[in-house]
Write a protein that binds this ligand. Sequence first.
Ligand code: HEC
Ligand code: HEC
Length: 240
Amino acid sequence: MNRKSDTPFLPATRLRRSAALTVLPLLALAMPVSAELMQGAKLAPAHLEILASGDPNGSAKKAKKCVKCHGKTGVSDDDEIPNLAGQRASYTYKQLMEYKNDVRDGGRMNKTARKLSEQDIANLAQFYAAQTLTPMAGVSKPAATPALVDKGDSGRGLTACADCHGADGLGKDADYDAPGLAGMSPIYFVETMQAFKAGERANDPDEVMRKSAKALTDEEIEALSAYYLALGQRKPIPME
Ligand code: HEC
Ligand code: HEC
């Protein structure tokens, strides 16, 4: 449901806005946490502090609500739903905060995240980071690395994926704090890349992913999804 439709007409919105303006400075004084999630391309120090205080077992009850879709340890059994196991805590924290604040549209994820406190989000981010996306039996790593991954394509202004996401595909914190991609559900991979390409997902700092995705063909996105799945030594999950 569109939250905007909760407001029936404009004057009420105006009133609410001016009220918000008067209480804003007071709120800023009362809140220990900086309201800004990001500082440049990274989580702001106040949020890194909350994240560091995250207790992997601190929100076990809330984590039960995630099991139905993301599995008990963040390993999903449905390729439409992303795995969370082993993902960088900073990335999971950022996404949940952005669903909570409607910066990223994730359908039901937004409503789910709204019910979580910042501390819950820190706890859950640490819980999933501590899990493992286990390799599947009999799946070996890809024999070759696609040029787009380790070299990019300067002609199209494409930076190598590995520069940001790591040669091992586990993500890394360099100029950008980039998530792990190894073992990612291929359907989710393609969907989220297409969402970047169309600008429907727009929560990437400096538009790094929107620019990359726009320069890629649909075939290249498919091929990259297969490469990253295999890099995590996983294979597609059979549809029921
Ligand atoms: C009804 C199914 C469902 C439930 C329940 C659910 N999720 Fe999700 N989750 C999804 C789907 C589908 C997506 C992908 C949405 C999108 O494309 O943005 C997602 C995305 C995410 C992402 C972003 C992953 C990424 O790689 O960007 C995180 C983090 C996440 N969920 C955490 C949670 C947590 C924590 C809970 C429990 C509090 C939870 N989810 C409950 C279905 C669910
Ligand atoms: C300049 C750095 C940079 C480069 C180059 C880059 N990425 Fe990213 N990528 C990021 C960052 C940062 C994010 C996290 C965006 C966010 O905060 O939501 C991301 C997110 C993603 C996601 C979404 C992950 C998820 O769980 O939803 C995918 C998929 C992805 N990148 C694939 C690629 C591929 C494939 C390439 C190479 C063609 C690539 N990226 C190149 C920085 C980069």
